[in-house]
Design a binder for this molecule. Structure first.
Ligand code: IPE
Ligand code: IPE
Ligand code: MG
Length: 251
């Protein structure tokens, strides 16, 4: 693997996303039920937010519940929803105090109205915070995100607001989740699987990937630092040659 020269400043990711996987296996290894792992995973969320805030990361996007996770046993889905609710109750004040802006991405139409109200309230409360943007992906699917952006554009065409010929990559990008944030630099997946599981399909176009066998409840600041270190050693070429990138960095 070609590595970035040591003469160049270390590149740090502005936007990191994490597929928080492995809660069920973590619990099973301890002889407990799967939901015990989900509850333990909350500490790893806190550690990741702290690391991101203290290390100059602008945006942290966490995959909490996929559009496919509804297929899980009813009891497990119920506990996950309750946990989301409890975490909102216990963490929003602290996040606000720590200057963190909270946002939830995904299709919220399937959630309980009370939960959606709580989410919107938390988003409004923290909207002006600038230390870190924390995006929680809930009932999120990368295909949903792309289809949703296409629908927004189709509606604009139908209303005569834009011309169908103006529908291009840039127009779609503007309607994809997190369009106002820096592009995704680094995608981390814990739990050992090496797949995207319908996470940020569009946003991953030029993201760097980091897979770790660590199960989510065991993920901590040191593990996060290891992923960032791996990122900083890579050369992102965006289709160019390594020589072109080196020349552009020196200028
Ligand atoms: C990730 O852990 C959490 C959610 C998907 C909500 P899992 O529950 O998928 O844990 P494993 O992969 O079964 O170990
Ligand atoms: C991805 O994990 C979703 C979240 C971490 C929220 P899954 O455990 O659902 O992914 P698959 O089923 O192994 O692909
Ligand atoms: Mg899993």
């Amino acid at each position: 693997m070609e590595q970035a020269s040591h003469d160049q400043p270390l590149a740090l990711p502005k936007h990191v996303a994490i597929i928080m996987d492995g809660n069920g296996r973590w619990a099973k290894r301890k002889g407990k039920i799967r939901t015990f792992g989900h509850k333990a995973g909350v500490d790893a969320v806190r550690a990741s937010v702290k690391y991101a805030r203290e290390n100059g990361i602008c945006a942290l996007t966490l995959f909490a519940f996929s559009s496919e996770n509804w297929k899980r046993p009813e009891d497990e889905v119920k506990v996950l929803m309750e946990l989301f609710n409890l975490v909102l109750n216990s963490e929003v004040k602290k996040l606000n105090k720590n200057d963190v802006r909270l946002r939830v991405i995904g299709d919220l139409t399937r959630f309980d109205k009370k939960l959606v109200d709580k989410i919107r309230k938390a988003e409004n409360l923290t909207a002006q915070n600038t230390a870190l943007t924390l995006n929680i992906a809930a009932n999120y699917g990368g295909r949903w995100d792309i289809a949703n952006a296409a629908k927004q554009l189709a509606l604009q065409v139908a209303r005569g607001e834009i011309d169908a010929n103006s529908v291009d990559e840039n127009a779609l990008t503007e309607h994809i989740s997190m369009a106002d944030l820096p592009p995704l630099d680094l995608l981390i997946r814990t739990g050992g699987e090496q797949r995207i599981s319908n996470f940020l399909l569009w946003q991953c176009a030029y993201a760097e990937f980091f897979f770790t066998p660590i199960l989510w409840p065991d993920f901590n600041e040191a593990a996060f630092a290891q992923a960032v270190e791996s990122f900083s050693e890579r050369q992102r070429r965006y289709g160019m040659t390594g020589e072109q990138v080196t020349a552009a960095t020196i200028c």
